[in-house]
Write a protein that binds this ligand. Structure first.
Ligand SMILES: [Zn+2]
Length: 344
């Protein structure tokens, strides 16, 4: 069995429709009641949106119900699915902790509550039954004030046992007016020794070369090979990896056909820029990681060799994977050398 690393998955978008529906039926009959039945709900939840903003609106539906009390419920189901159906050995889960605190509290109180949320997510995702190496990426958000984003960076630095990096999310079209602020926050994060990624160059409106030097990985970044291939050698020099999430671009109206990704992969391979294939919102899309792999193969966007290169890259660029090799090579060693002791 091949074991995979997932580098880009949102906690909010990770709840599969069936689990969310059951949760509504059990706890929020008002929400369940507004749909005629599961099929209608699934269609509403997973259907493509016209724009990234419209698509991101859906996250608020899940964020509202992911509280300190319910997070263990959702995370248990997330880990179980990831282990049983996706063969994940490694998972970085990302979210904005501030948005899981009660909106009835003051900003300061909500900031204080974030620590508890990170602890709950951390403890809930460590399970013996479904062992997956996990860590969290805390997302700054383009719609949150500077103080909150700065507190998110501070929190990431204070909790390395649970947090491996910071991110910037909320729709990449909205960074322009506050670009200096985000540069400042990334500089601050790097000064604290934090790993960095950021949603950037996902849409045509989200291209900010000013932010690129601060990122170790780029969330999506597909507009770079598509529109600014001249930047690729610089990315290769910096060892930056693109987190490419194929299904997302069809759901957000960013691309019309999966085929458009062929240029993305071809140009990156040619320039020596690594790509990790990810799901982004596996639940919202109802598409799991192995299917993303298979779909790229069946659409002739990449071949098996390229797929393996991307799977290797995912482990290499994983912020909290401490081992030199991916788990598959441990199995290969056992096959080649039956006396090999992986624990020794
Ligand atoms: Zn994302």
């Amino acid at each position: 069995m091949a074991l995979y690393a997932e580098l880009h998955r949102h906690l909010g978008g990770s709840v599969v429709p069936r689990v969310l529906w059951r949760y509504f039926q059990r706890n929020h009959t008002d929400l369940a009641g507004s749909f005629e039945g599961y099929e209608v709900f699934e269609d509403f939840y997973t259907r493509p949106r016209k724009t990234l903003d419209e698509y991101l609106e859906l996250h608020t539906l899940v964020e509202k119900v992911q509280t300190d009390e319910t997070l263990p419920y959702f995370i248990y189901r997330l880990m179980r699915g990831a282990y049983v159906f996706e063969n994940l050995a490694y998972l970085e889960l990302r979210y904005t902790p501030y948005l899981r605190t009660p909106d009835t509290l003051s900003q300061t109180e909500r900031i204080d509550r974030m620590t508890q949320i990170v602890e709950i997510v951390g403890k809930s995702s460590e399970m013996i039954e479904y062992p997956i190496v996990t860590s969290q990426i805390l997302c700054m958000h383009s719609r949150l004030p500077y103080e909150v984003n700065r507190a998110i960076v501070d929190l990431a630095a204070q909790m390395p046992q649970y947090v491996c990096a910071i991110d910037l999310a909320g729709g990449d079209a909205h960074y322009r007016d506050r670009l200096d602020e985000f540069i400042d926050l990334y500089e601050y994060a790097r000064s604290l020794g934090l790993n960095t990624t950021g949603h950037l160059y996902e849409t045509e409106e989200g291209c900010y070369p000013e932010l690129l030097p601060f990122l170790m990985r780029i969330g999506h970044g597909i507009q770079i090979p598509l529109q600014f291939p001249e930047l690729l050698p610089e990315l290769a020099r910096r060892g930056q990896c693109l987190e490419v999430c194929p299904t997302t671009y069809l759901k957000t109206g960013t691309l019309e056909h999966l085929h458009q990704l062929k240029v993305v992969f071809d140009r990156c391979f040619e320039a020596g820029v690594d790509i990790a294939i990810c799901t982004d919102n596996a639940g919202l899309h109802n598409v799991r990681l192995p299917f993303e792999y298979e779909s790229l193969l069946t659409h002739d966007i990449i071949g098996f060799e390229e797929l393996q290169a991307c799977q290797d890259a995912a482990f290499r660029h994983a912020f909290a994977w401490k081992h030199k090799e991916r788990p598959a090579s441990i199995l290969s060693n056992i096959l080649l050398h039956p006396e090999f002791d992986p624990v020794a």
